[in-house]
Design a protein around this ligand. Structure first.
Ligand SMILES: [Zn+2]
Length: 531
């Protein structure tokens, strides 16, 4: 079976990279061979182990699953029914599920999250937490129903499906089926386009309501958004999918761009301006573009038809391989995926899973058939890349150490257990680790296709030099701190990657002025038509 869908171009690049870096890789391998990996001495500075436990052990594909209509039929569930289903499921499967609310909508509906895992109540140290968010746009409820079916699929397959068991034993999956229950309540089944129910009860588009990296977002924070922000500040989510409707594509960050263009905003909503599209199309790529493309392809290729890249309607865009960069499609300010990635290093992508925003209920079965494999395989990608711990010399975890993969300037931080994760494709990497009171470190590691790499980093207290702060440029690691192959070099200054310094700071806001107003208006018209 193929869990890791090969990404032709990306893999070729990685291969070339590996060949170029072969001498260094050999050095590292030699280092690993010479080290006794079983002797855990936190003072060693570094251990690399392959984390066999969570590696996906050549399992058979997850089985196609049709839910038992008695427990969950293919119909739309209103908030009361949704609540009843979640409560009943958590009562029926207490060892696999936990139900909690992250807050309430404006009209007082709970924002329920169901955790599905073999450890539903407690974070499993060393194992990733992941999430799905459905129905952020109230009138796009296919994802909401798919997530209920996914919950049902997990709990009923755990004991019979090896793949599901592996996933739930090694991952905590948090599922928020509806982020906008008030919008859903005023949406109409059978309405494929339009904006009724898209917004929350105060008329705010929740996917334009997050702090933005590129532009100051002056929209007043809404309770639904604030609940999600609070939620993701408390749990270090490694991977996330946000489910939408109105198109068929997996869209990845950035959604916004440093120079969103007036022309672009206008042309995207008008067929007359089609000729400008090629001219003005501007992807806004993250330093993790290879990973985001890969994650999007995993979803698209495991989907029954997304990767064919067929346009929903003749007037709508066709997406090559069923994926797109968000800004290349149309830029937006205040989106959830950019926020997840830039603020918390969580790899979130946007999954547009139905051409019709609110298709008739009899089509839900087909949507489930189309999406069930994608929904599972995507989450399994949390087990790709590097994971590990940052310790002090006594072997105690260092919380909130800042971590950055070299060359990928969007960083992230360790949890209170000192854990970190980063999804990376096979290749050769360096990680930079900073923590207050410790000398920064740079460590090399290798990612292979077959299993995640476990990388533990021990930081040494920084030597206090007169006139220079503990983490000043002259900080010298106590007791060496030399990495594999003697490649340690001090990192200039402590940097904290959360929250980032927005590029708009100090610059005139490009959101002001009449042209921007027109552009924004047309962009929102555009997004009312699509996802
Ligand atoms: Zn949407």
């Amino acid at each position: 079976m193929i869990l890791r869908t090969p990404l032709a171009a990306g893999h070729q690049m990685q291969l070339q990279l590996q060949l170029l870096l072969l001498p260094s890789v050999l050095l590292l391998v030699l280092h690993l061979l010479l080290c006794d990996a079983k002797t855990v001495n936190p003072g060693d500075g570094m251990q690399v182990q392959h984390h066999q436990m969570t590696a996906e052990p050549g399992l058979p594909e997850p089985r196609a699953y049709m839910p038992d209509a008695q427990h969950l039929d293919f119909v739309y569930h209103d908030h009361e029914e949704l609540t009843r289903f979640l409560r009943a499921t958590s009562a029926r499967y207490p060892n696999l599920t936990a139900l909690y609310s992250i807050g309430k909508s404006i009209q007082g509906r709970d924002l329920w999250v169901m955790v599905v895992s073999s450890s539903p109540y407690e974070h499993m140290v060393g194992k990733p937490d992941v999430k799905y968010v459905g129905n952020i746009h109230g009138n796009e409820p296919v994802g909401r129903e798919m997530l209920l079916h996914l919950i049902q699929y997990f709990v009923t397959s755990y004991s019979s499906d090896q793949y599901v068991k592996w996933l739930l034993d090694n991952t905590r999956i948090h599922i928020l089926p509806t982020m906008n229950p008030d919008g859903y309540a005023v949406s109409k089944e059978g309405t494929c386009d339009g904006g009724q129910g898209r917004y929350n009860a105060r008329g705010f588009d929740l996917n334009r309501n997050f702090p933005d990296y590129f532009k100051q977002n002056n929209k007043r924070g809404q309770p639904e958004t604030d609940s999600v922000k609070d939620w993701i500040s408390k749990i270090q989510f490694v991977l996330s999918g946000s489910l939408h409707g109105g198109a068929l594509v997996a869209s990845y960050p950035y959604d916004n761009t440093p120079n969103s263009r007036l022309l672009k905003g206008i042309c995207r909503s008008s067929a007359l301006c089609a000729m400008f599209q090629t001219y003005s199309a501007a992807p806004s790529l993250t330093p993790d573009d290879d990973v985001f493309k890969h994650l999007s392809l995993v979803y698209a290729r495991n989907h029954a038809k997304m990767s064919r890249g067929v346009a929903c309607k003749s007037a709508t865009p066709a997406f090559e391989n069923g994926i797109t960069n968000g800004a290349a499609w149309y830029p937006l300010t205040g989106g959830m995926q950019d926020y997840n990635y830039v603020w918390y290093g969580c790899m979130e992508i946007t999954l547009e899973i139905s051409c019709c925003k609110f298709p008739p209920a009899y089509e839900l079965k087909k949507y489930w058939e189309d999406n069930q494999l994608s929904l599972i395989k995507f989450l399994a990608e949390a087990h790709r890349g590097v994971q590990g711990f940052v310790f002090d010399p006594a072997g105690m975890p260092i919380e909130r150490a800042s971590i950055k993969i070299k060359g990928r300037d969007v960083g992230f931080q360790t949890t209170k257990y000192g854990e970190f994760w980063r999804i990376l494709l096979p290749g050769y990497y360096k990680v930079e680790v900073f923590a207050e009171g410790f000398a920064p470190r740079e460590v090399e590691f290798v990612i292979v296709e077959q299993h995640p790499t476990l990388l533990n980093v021990t930081l040494q207290p920084s030597k206090r030099l007169e006139g220079i702060g503990p983490m000043g440029p002259g900080a010298v690691p106590v007791g060496g701190g030399v990495g594999p192959g003697g490649l340690y070099r001090p990192i200039p200054a402590p940097q904290h990657y959360r929250p980032p310094v927005p590029p708009y700071a100090g610059a005139a806001s490009s959101d002001s002025g009449i042209f921007s107003t027109i552009s924004n208006g047309l962009n929102s018209l555009y997004s009312n038509i699509f996802g």
